[in-house]
Design a protein around this ligand. Structure first.
Ligand code: M6R
Length: 612
């Protein structure tokens, strides 16, 4: 969470910083600020609220200089306010810093620094860093940062400037993302918390690893360890282009990203299905067939939507590969006494590749001997780098806080892996594999067909049920995940009460919630759970609940049990979560839009949760 941007160069520094912040706003949007070196002095401007508020404050009084840092905040320590907004400065205002992460021992450090005479102005953990660097400053900012960070426990991506070291920007990383943008034209360089911030300026980057520091000037970028040893980096080319991160005529990023799903799914498949063969080309898998045959357990490691994508594949992996699969949210998993071993394959799923809970759980699994496979959208992200193998989903930038195209692409990528695993382990016969792969290749077209044919109908239903304030989302088997994901979508963007439940659990409690005021969305696709799911709908309607069923085209029976039906194309049951997720996203979007919610940046949330 929190977005960081730094710049050295000849352009309009504040404009560059603001452009970076706008692209990073999805990471946090409760306050923002910039610090620029102007005529030998650090000038700081901050504002509570979104970047647009900061822009208003800066209008007509933009600090002008060639070195600057900026930040957009998602509050952890201290409420959103101008005082708690970054950049933070030391006592005399010589040093300014921006930070993403959590300084775990900040109270202890703060008390010590206060006892030594340092004056604090905010309630943040971050301000401690500014005073620590001040304490150790003796004419060299790099040395002060290195010395100060020795005392820090926790996670950080930090960028510092000082008016006594003009023309230098110092950055360091421990567990929070950091990237250096190498100027395409001479005399400029960038630093940021993720690639989207620098896309409009450069595609050449260094990915900074944990325990590394960077010294940037306009003409030089030196990467070192925190201990000061030089590190040789290779240049990384960012494939995404700036346009992919624009709204392209849509009202919100979320709806644009929902409609991008056919394309995203095609990209996820890419060249991975080898012609008509029952074989897959999973180039960065890095897990040998011998190892895959030995795997005794799969553990899905993920949070939020990504964990529901994991649930979809739990169903497929168990059914098609006969391997036991454990799914738990990473925020819990990392604190349990889980048993991982050399025969456990951890599958870490993360759109951003930077989710702190996911990374912590991965590290725990790895310490216990498990191998890790990453399913992520961001090339070179921490999740990818800390895994043995990776399947990039290639969904393109996902800016809306509510995950949409990443969800369906994550399921698709894992289904590809599932077929590979089944073939290697001999649990899927080549003919069955060919049938599944044919089914997967059709999914992008089917998603397109659904969006073209049914989106307007889903919008109509959102209008019809606009006043429903409480929802239950139900599903069984392959669609337990659809229920969980549908409920999460409407909660996070429409702020409506919604519970996702395994339909079979209704009688064990939640049925008591059903009244005429409750809306029920249920995924009821053809397959082994169809009859039982119909039974659940009957229980609900008998108690007055309104039912919207997501069902297959051509299913006439369903009409008897639902108030309304949204039709999705037919596919194999194990593949159907890819299609059933889309109406859930659309319904949540249209309801949220009718309520006039801030869909792309819902209250209290951030896109990439880089703190535990
Ligand atoms: O970047 P990640 O996929 O690791 O993010 C995990 C969750 O934070 C994320 O899916 C979150 O639940 C979304 N806001 C859901 O729409």
């Amino acid at each position: 969470m929190c977005g960081i941007m730094g710049y050295l160069g000849e352009r309009d520094t504040v404009e560059v910083l603001l452009e970076g912040l706008r692209r990073l706003e999805y990471r946090g949007y409760d306050s923002a600020g910039v610090a620029v070196l102007v005529d030998g002095k650090v000038e700081v401007v901050k504002a509570k609220g979104k970047i647009s508020v900061l822009e208003e404050v800066l209008e007509g009084k933009k600090p002008e200089g060639s070195v600057g840092i900026a930040h957009t905040r998602w509050a952890t320590h201290g409420p959103p306010s101008k005082k708690n907004a970054h950049p933070h400065a030391d006592c005399k205002g010589h040093i300014a810093i921006v930070h993403n992460g959590i300084i775990e021992n900040y109270l202890e450090l703060r008390e010590k620094l206060q006892a030594e005479g340092h004056k604090f102005r905010s309630e943040t953990d971050t301000e401690t860093l500014a005073h620590l660097f001040e304490k150790y400053y003796d004419g060299d900012l790099e040395k002060a940062v290195r010395r100060g960070l020795k005392e820090v426990k926790g996670s950080y991506a930090v960028v510092a400037i000082s008016d006594r070291d003009p023309g230098v920007l110092i950055a360091a990383r421990q567990y929070s993302p950091l990237i250096v943008g190498l100027g395409e034209k001479p005399g400029e360089n960038f630093v940021a918390s993720d690639p989207s911030a620098i896309l409009s300026f450069t595609r050449k980057a260094y990915l900074i690893d944990n325990g590394e520091m960077v010294v940037l000037t306009r003409d030089r970028v030196e990467v070192k360890t925190l201990a000061g040893k030089a590190v040789k980096k290779s240049v990384f080319h960012i494939e995404w282009d700036a346009e992919m991160a624009e709204k392209g005529g849509h009202k919100h990023f979320m709806i644009k990203e929902i409609f991008e799903q056919p394309h995203a799914l095609r990209e996820t498949i890419g060249e991975r299905i080898a012609g008509g063969e029952a074989a897959l080309k999973l180039d960065r898998l890095n897990l040998t067939d011998a190892y895959l045959r030995r795997v005794k357990k799969v553990a899905i490691i993920a949070c939020g939507t990504a964990s529901y994508a994991g649930m979809a594949v739990q169903y497929a992996l168990e059914k098609l590969c006969g391997v036991p699969v454990m799914v738990d949210v990473a925020s819990e998993l990392q604190h349990r006494e889980c048993v991982f071993d050399k025969e456990t394959l951890g599958i870490a799923i993360s759109q951003s590749g930077e989710t702190a809970d996911t990374l912590q759980a991965m590290r725990m699994a790895r310490r216990q001997g498990a191998k890790l496979l990453a399913i992520t959208n961001v090339i070179g992200s921490s999740v990818a780098r800390e895994s043995n193998g990776v399947l990039y989903i290639h969904a393109g930038p996902e800016i809306g806080v509510a995950s949409t195209k990443a969800y369906t692409s994550q399921i698709m990528a894992m289904l590809l892996f599932c077929v590979h695993l089944g073939l290697v382990r001999g649990t899927i016969k080549p003919t069955a594999a060919r049938r599944l792969l044919r089914g997967m290749k059709r999914l992008p077209d089917q998603a397109e067909e659904f969006l073209e044919g049914e989106a307007a109908h889903v919008e109509e239903l959102a209008r019809k049920y606009k006043d429903v304030m409480r929802y239950l989302y139900l599903g069984r088997g392959a669609h337990y995940c659809t229920a969980m994901e549908g409920a999460l979508k409407i909660k996070e963007i429409a702020y409506l009460d919604a519970e996702g439940y395994a339909a079979g659990e209704m009688k064990h409690g939640p049925l008591a919630l059903v009244t005429e005021e409750v809306g029920v969305l249920s995924a009821v696709v053809e397959g082994p759970h169809y009859e039982k799911s119909i039974g659940n709908l009957q229980e609900i309607r008998a108690r007055g609940g309104k039912v919207i069923a997501v069902a297959n085209e051509g299913d006439e029976e369903i009409q008897k049990y639902a108030d309304d039906v949204i039709r999705i194309p037919k596919t194999e049951e194990v593949l159907s979560p890819v299609l059933a997720g889309i109406p859930m996203q659309l319904y949540a979007y249209y309801v949220a839009d009718l309520w006039d919610r801030e869909i792309d940046q819902p209250r209290n949330l951030a896109k990439s949760v880089t703190v535990e």
